[in-house]
Design a binder for this molecule. Structure first.
Ligand code: CP
Ligand code: NVA
Length: 307
């Protein structure tokens, strides 16, 4: 059966456990020997493009990069025809897209014969979530992902694509997640039926108070206020989100020694201050390091059955 990695919600517990394990376990370089992975980006990227390219190379394959300017999803040709074309040349395509529906459209157009990886969509950033789990496990549990249960993680700011994937991944591991955001920028859930909460071992708490959100937090996470695609709302967002800036004063409300996470790119002085981002308890560069480990785990997991 072909495997995709589109959201954390869609992954089974065994799949996620395998990905975490394969991300950290030793490997030979035969996994992608001689095989290409198509990388399609509708938005800019540094970490994601770098981690994909290096992971594919380390596994013996090669990555081909396509920018939106070149291939024009739904402008130069349809998403379906892009998918059909890539399926003739590649077994795996990894995409950063404006609209999450691109994944279902490519699956349908290719009769599900091209394995897809979501490198960020308007709804999810699951490869980032894998890296974040690996980062927290390294810091708090000697790398043992299964030992994170009971940890308290607070997310403060705009509840983005990153927030949702992070929350699902952590809740599944028994981590308690609190999100501090104004109502208009809070995580949307669809009650107990929400895939976000299925198999959740940890508790999810939503609040509009940043101080309350970080109370008892072992780790505080934030992301951009103006995500890619939301540029036209910049003024409104800055106004609504400014009380949610992660600075030294806010960190003082968290547990003593609490660590700081941010997916990057950071907007210094906006959602986060230099004093916090550059502090010794900032794990942001370990997150970057683990982006590559995460990609290696995801690609190895895909190839386990996609051979
Ligand atoms: N965190 C992240 O996805 O970074 P890039 O947008 O630079 O890839
Ligand atoms: N929420 C951000 C994440 C960037 C990695 C965005 O979508 O732009």
């Amino acid at each position: 059966m072909i495997k995709h990695f589109e959201t954390i919600e869609q992954q089974g517990q065994d799949d996620l456990a395998a990905i975490y394990q394969l991300a950290l376990a030793a490997f030979d370089d035969e996994t992608l020997k001689g095989q290409g992975v198509a990388l399609v980006f509708e938005h800019p990227s540094l970490r994601t493009r770098a981690s994909c390219s290096t992971a594919v190379h380390e596994l013996g394959g090669y990555a081909t990069f396509f920018s939106d300017e070149e291939i024009g999803l739904d402008s130069r040709e349809s998403v379906e025809d892009v998918g059909r074309t890539l399926a003739e040349m590649y077994a795996i395509a990894a995409l950063r897209v404006r609209n999450h529906s691109v994944f279902a459209r490519i699956r349908a157009a290719t009769n599900d014969r091209l394995a897809l990886i979501n490198l960020l969509s308007n709804e999810a950033h699951p490869t980032q979530a894998v890296a974040d789990v690996l980062t927290l496990a390294e810091y708090f549990a000697n790398g043992d992902v299964s030992a994170l249960a009971g940890l308290n993680v607070a997310y403060v700011g705009d509840a983005t694509n990153v927030t949702r994937s992070l929350a699902v991944a952590l809740l599944r591991l028994g981590v308690n997640v609190t999100i501090g955001a104004p109502d208009d920028y809070q995580l949307r859930t669809q009650g107990v039926e929400d895939p976000l909460l299925v198999r959740a071992g940890g508790a999810l708490r939503l609040t509009d108070s940043p101080n309350d959100a970080v109370k008892d937090a072992d780790a505080v996470y934030t992301d951009a206020w103006i995500s890619m695609g939301a540029e036209s709302q910049a003024v409104k967002r800055r106004e609504a989100l400014s009380p949610y800036r992660v600075d030294g004063a806010l960190m003082a409300h968290a547990k003593e020694g609490a660590v700081l996470l941010h997916c990057l790119p950071a907007h210094r002085g906006e959602e986060i201050t230099d004093e916090v981002l550059d502090a010794p308890n900032s794990l942001v560069w370990r997150q970057v390091f683990h982006r590559r480990s995460a990609m290696i785990g995801i690609l190895r997991w895909m190839k386990e059955e996609n051979v």
